[in-house]
Ligand binder design. Structure first.
Ligand code: ZN
Length: 356
């Protein structure tokens, strides 16, 4: 079954973790054996050959670069211009993958339908480019709102205004507060350009303000449920209902701390915490029960996004193991149609509504 993964930090993996994603995951991990250069580097689960093996033919792939003020302890760039330059390097990597035939940018209805037809045909996946929809996780790198039009021309189709901590346009996970004039101006420009608002990572204040002020399409690329793991990074039931009312799709994330309660980074183990793909189904099922349908949830794994296999469901060795999900969902009583919707159909319906 075709799988759409709505959140992967591929260019970050390539440029910050120095991964050649054209290689098998085993080769990447062999070359990184013993490396301790980055605190969040883990065992790789994602590469382009593994995406093909798992029939993950379409992903939403990020550009990501944070700006940090002098008093901000998070890692990040010391000026927005540096952050912008980082995202442009990330764009250059995606373009290099396109030139090599490894990836193809999906940015319109026509490119989407053409790509789906390619992935539906009988030829082996190893000849097919992985489709990517370009998104921006955290908008700090837009030096001014005027950069957004340029980014859109480069293919940017979704923006999450915030990431972790305080942002220049909105407040993110673990922060508080609203959008401010810059954030509202950003949402207005996103509306003009038909850019999707990714509500993931918005703190509660910014989340509700953004939903009030933004009239364009909203999704949440990678977000789990606060009812199951109580943290501000997760959505409350009210937020899930509000998103569904806006026609949103919420991507289930596979970062273990967002799946099971009381995860301690670097100490907990997936086996010890009983973190497996069944737990992802618990979060998916919670969204379905709350919203009364299987139309508002999809997959947005965030695999290799500042964590590795050490912090993943134990029954997932690489991203190709997402193909275990259909059976697990069927065991919960979901119909074949529901399962198709959750694994790709909901994202595709959403995109077809936006890209008329
Ligand atoms: Zn994220």
């Amino acid at each position: 079954m075709l799988i759409v993964d709505a959140h992967l930090d591929l260019s970050m993996n390539a440029l910050e973790w120095n991964r050649d994603l054209t290689l098998p995951v085993a080769a990447i991990n062999a070359r990184e054996a013993g490396l301790t250069d980055k605190p969040d580097r883990g065992l790789a689960t994602v590469s382009l050959p593994e995406l093909r093996r798992g029939n993950v033919g379409l992903v939403v792939a990020t550009q990501i670069a944070r700006y940090v003020a002098p008093n901000n302890p998070l890692p990040g760039w010391h000026s927005p211009a540096q952050a912008w330059a980082q995202t442009q390097g990330q764009l250059a990597w995606y373009q290099a993958m396109e030139a090599a035939g490894e990836m193809v940018q999906i940015n319109s209805r026509a490119t989407l339908e053409q790509h789906l037809a390619l992935w539906a045909d009988e030829t082996p996946n190893d000849r097919k480019p992985v489709g990517y929809i370009l998104s921006l996780e955290g908008a700090d790198s837009l030096v001014t709102v005027a950069n957004l039009a340029q980014a859109h021309a480069s293919g940017l189709r979704a923006v999450g205004p915030a990431h972790y901590g305080p942002g220049r346009y909105a407040q993110g996970t673990d922060a508080t507060g609203g959008l401010g004039p810059q954030g509202r101006a950003l949402l207005k420009e996103m509306e003009r350009l038909s850019i999707i608002l990714d509500a993931t990572h918005l703190c509660d204040d910014s989340f509700w303000e953004a939903l009030d002020h933004f009239h364009g399409p909203v999704w949440a690329s990678h977000n789990n449920c606060r009812a199951l793991v109580n943290h501000n990074r997760q959505y409350s039931d009210d937020q899930i209902r509000a998103l569904a009312a806006r026609g949103a799709v919420i991507g289930a994330a596979l970062d273990a701390w967002m799946m099971v309660p009381n995860w301690v980074r670097g100490q907990s183990t997936p086996l010890g915490m009983h973190c497996n793909l069944e737990v992802a189904v618990d979060h998916i099922d919670h969204i379905c029960q709350l919203t009364g349908s299987a139309k508002h949830v999809g997959i947005g794994t965030d695999l290799d996004g500042a964590f590795g296999r050490e912090q993943c469901p134990y029954d997932l060795e690489t991203i190709a193991d997402l193909q275990k999900l259909p059976e697990l969902l069927a065991k919960r009583g979901y119909s074949a149609q529901d399962i198709e919707n959750m694994l790709h159909g909901n994202w595709l319906r959403f995109l077809r509504n936006v890209w008329l």
